[in-house]
Design a protein. Structure first.
Length: 82
């Protein structure tokens, strides 16, 4: 099981049948930025609304284990975390 946000996001995105460009458009990101997040070259989104948009676009229920893991990894992989 992936232990970083980008790898986990990519796994979920592919499992749901989204290509990188289509998913980036769906969540309002440039494909290059999404690719950088998935490859850990950029930090995960810190905005809770953006994270909720990503989870919703993946069809994740807010009470699901997947949503919780996505959230936890976004916090863990964010710069300046405590």
């Amino acid at each position: 099981m992936p232990e970083d946000f980008g790898t986990y996001l990519k796994m979920l995105r592919i499992a749901k049948g989204f290509g990188l460009r289509a998913f980036a458009e769906r969540i309002g990101m440039y494909p290059s930025n999404l690719s950088d997040v998935e490859r850990r070259k950029k930090a995960p989104p810190r905005d809770p609304k953006k994270l909720a948009q990503i989870a919703s676009s993946l069809g994740l229920d807010k009470d699901s284990d997947e949503w919780g893991k996505l959230h936890d990894l976004s916090v863990k992989d964010s710069p300046g975390r405590l």
